[in-house]
Write a protein that binds this ligand. Structure first.
Ligand code: BMA
Length: 774
């Protein structure tokens, strides 16, 4: 057996025992279902679906209709259990805690058959005192309740009034009452995603044992003092002092590159203690600030913080500190009523260009570091500078924000509430408060996070009356709304984080929403705050249909994923646009028709006599349509930055919906964009279905290899719009794709994400252009 023993705090004075030890409970656990008919091993971190798949008990959950076939998995109540021996003498420790970094979601925890606590929030971190129950040999059990059943129960218990929506639209084939459980909201289904309400221990779990005192967490915020024109660092450290006497000592904070070293005397009284330190960075030292991608470097400084406490107890932590300021500017604009809505980073106005981020997979244990890095690298390669971590998903893992810091991606961070009204009974609020306080502490040191936003579209849902609430009942819901997002979440943000702004919702009218009592008559106004805009009926080549808003935080069009992506999760009979499968995967009412309608406005629809060819061409055309629509709309927002027309304009952000996909299905996702610097642009003077002279282009490629990169030298016999290069299931990224080929030759690079060969690429290579359909 591998010994998961980690010496947490080895820096002890001579002759003193270590002050804390940690024993990881990651790895193999036993999992069994409610009636005991299924028992299997399962990994932690992980979930029941992944364990069943790894044991060959279920197929790939994304295959064909398996989201429905495997509904039973999330309706059952599973138990995770493990027996283990602690490889150090546990009785020598004054305090022993069980730490769970993430439990998904509703569970009762038994340690040596004694109930030690319960969980009801996937976004919270739990710590349970097990000092009195822990032994050398132990058993632990997490008895889960199905989140679907729990949500139904909670909703039923809420008898005073209904909290809508009860269920998602039928087309989403999802589960009901997700707003009653603090769990990834889209895991009960979304208009681009399946219903997989997972169960399991999805993050790290360990035992921590300590004497004297223990550092539970430390977090910090660099703050700029405008009047003194200097930087300060606010550091907060939380201790659990278990010694019966006060513990004194010194703290030394050092940032060598900024020639900063400061020493403080502290005395910690027994109990839970918070130490707040204020570190001043001398004015005489130049501090390089952190900049978003495209605006400067992402300079960070190594900092160490050393607690030298009585009895030779030393605790050392290190972190990277980045300095930047962010300001959300809402001020009058000449020639336009309302207020501006834009961000200044380090005092400079910056246009936020980017996209919206959703969870990268229904099963988080399948999201690798490599995948995160590739997706985030694609963001900067496509010249974006912002991602909005959307409120229907999850607060992403630390690594995500570390990468955003490193790459210069600004993060608009929603709290995890979306497209629903929420209850505010005390139990729910307590759970949310713990979640929010924890997430603020976890994320606030990241310069990439530039704003907190209370929720996704809930102000709009309320004020545009999505759920047909009677006029007389509306005050009840407004009160709940204000209680949750203003009196609780906002209060916690204001108390815990001074280094970034907070808005209650997206879309919202910002200061105007505040002035109207936290809910605006029309939260989607062009004159205030941000807007979300979707229109599948108007012609997207006509820029007049788009809102000349201050900030477009969501807009987009659906398309189908490439055939090579779909092929892996479907079978031959599924390969037509009207197959049962194609209808099943479409979770947005009328989505397939809308795509064809929009495509048909400017392109001839595929007419091949070969049904498979027609399916592939239709998929391709939906992508062409999406690319063109998003391009037109994005360019409109970029142009609107510097103009006021009909009293509207001054747009300072464009975040399209959505960057990534959760599974293989039609959605708004798109990972394509163009060349790195000054991309060539083009404008079609007519719809392409009316273009004369287009003839079938024969496009060939000669593939060669240069180190890890493959060079595709393309040659065409005719002008080819929307040239799409495809290498089947070989993962990687082309330097450009979906382009207009007016020149005879063109060189495109392919960056593989896994090792591949020239031969493999040649075999899988396929090129399509619009002229194949015409
Ligand atoms: C907005 C988003 C998502 C949704 C998208 C496309 O409502 O916030 O909820 O997936 O539009 O419909």
């Amino acid at each position: 057996m591998r010994l998961h023993l980690l010496l947490l705090l080895a820096l002890c004075g001579a002759g003193t025992a270590a002050a804390a030890l940690s024993y990881s409970l990651r790895g193999n656990w036993s999992i069994c279902n409610g009636n005991g008919s299924l028992e299997l091993p399962g990994a932690v971190p992980g979930c029941v679906h992944s364990a069943l798949f790894q044991q060959g008990l279920i197929q790939d959950s994304y295959y064909r209709f398996n989201d429905l076939n495997y509904r039973w998995v999330s309706l059952d109540n599973w138990t995770y259990s493990k027996e283990f021996k602690i490889p150090f003498e546990i009785s020598k420790w004054q305090k022993v805690n069980l730490i769970l970094e993430g439990v998904d979601t509703v569970s009762k925890i038994l340690f040596n058959e004694v109930t030690i606590g319960e969980t009801d929030n996937m976004f919270n971190r739990y710590s349970f005192d097990i000092t009195n129950v822990v032994r050398d040999v132990n058993s632990i059990e997490l008895r889960f309740q199905s989140a679907v059943l729990y949500a139904a129960q909670q909703s039923k218990a809420h008898t005073r009034y209904q909290v809508p929506p009860d269920c998602p639209p039928l087309v989403q084939k999802g589960e009901c009452h997700v707003n009653f459980v603090r769990k990834e909201q889209c895991s009960f289904s979304w208009d681009w995603g399946p219903s997989f309400p997972t169960q399991g221990i999805w993050k790290d779990v360990r035992i921590e044992a300590y004497n004297i005192c223990h550092l539970n967490y430390f977090t910090f915020s660099p703050l700029y003092d405008k009047s003194a024109q200097e930087w300060n660092l606010e550091i907060e450290s939380a201790f659990d002092v278990v010694s019966s006497k006060p513990v004194g000592g010194q703290v030394i904070v050092a940032i060598p590159k900024l020639q900063t070293q400061q020493t403080y005397n502290i005395e910690l009284q027994p109990g839970k203690r918070i130490v707040e330190l204020f570190v001043n960075i001398s004015k005489n030292i130049t501090v390089e600030t952190w900049w978003p991608h495209g605006h400067g470097n992402q300079t960070g400084y190594n900092m160490t913080i050393l607690f030298e406490l009585d009895g030779g107890l030393n605790i050392e932590k290190s972190a990277k500190v980045y300095f930047r300021t962010v300001e959300l500017v809402e001020e009058p604009i000449k020639g336009s009523p309302g207020l501006s809505f834009y961000f200044k980073i380090n005092g400079f106005p910056i246009f936020l260009k980017g996209s919206n981020w959703i969870p990268a997979d229904s099963f988080q244990d399948r999201v690798t570091s490599e995948l995160l890095r590739l997706l985030l690298q694609s963001v900067v390669d496509a010249n974006m500078n912002t991602l909005r971590v959307w409120g229907g998903g999850i607060y992403e893992r630390d690594e995500f924000y570390e990468l955003c810091d490193e790459l210069g991606i600004m993060v608009w961070q929603d709290f995890m509430f979306a497209c629903a009204l929420y209850p505010t009974d005390q139990g729910f609020l307590d759970s949310v408060r713990a979640e929010v306080a924890y997430q603020i502490k976890r994320l606030k040191s990241h310069p990439s996070v530039i704003i907190w936003s209370g929720n996704n579209e809930n102000e709009e849902a309320l004020m545009m009356n999505w759920y047909h609430i009677s006029f007389t009942d509306r005050p009840i819901y407004i009160k709940d709304y204000v209680t949750l997002y203003v009196k609780n979440i906002r209060e916690l943000v204001l108390a815990g984080d001074k280094s970034r702004p907070f808005i209650t919702s997206s879309p919202t009218n910002g200061a105007e929403t505040v002035a109207e009592g936290w809910v605006s008559q029309n939260p989607n106004s062009n004159y205030f705050g941000d807007v979300h805009f979707y229109d599948y009926i108007s012609d997207c080549w006509n820029w007049k249909v788009f809102p000349k808003a201050r900030f477009a935080s969501e807009y987009g069009y659906q398309s189908w994923p490439s055939f090579s992506t779909l092929e892996k999760v479907s079978s031959t009979e599924d390969w037509s646009f009207n197959s049962k499968f194609s209808l099943h995967r479409q979770h947005h009412e009328g989505g397939n028709k809308q795509m064809l309608y929009q495509a048909g406005l400017h392109f001839k629809l595929p007419q091949s006599t070969d049904p498979l060819r027609t399916f592939k061409d239709t998929i391709y055309l939906t992508q062409v349509m999406q690319a063109q629509c998003v391009k037109t709309e994005t360019e409109f927002y970029r142009r609107s930055r510097s103009e006021i027309v009909d009293q509207q304009g001054h747009t300072m952000g464009a975040l399209y919906w959505q960057l990534n996909d959760i599974w293989q299905a039609p959605s708004w996702a798109s990972l394509a964009d163009h060349e790195l610097l000054s991309p060539t642009n083009y404008h079609f003077l007519s719809s392409l279905k009316e273009a004369v002279g287009l003839c079938k282009a024969q496009i060939t490629a000669i593939i060669s290899q240069q180190d890890d990169i493959f060079v595709f030298d393309l040659e065409t016999t005719a002008v080819a719009p929307f040239v799409w290069l495809d290498v089947g299931s070989i993962p990687g990224r082309f330097s450009d794709n979906g382009f207009l080929m007016t020149e005879k030759t063109r060189t495109i690079l392919f960056y593989p994400w896994e090792p591949t060969s020239k031969n493999e690429l040649e075999q899988s290579f396929h090129v399509t252009s619009l002229t194949d359909i015409y």
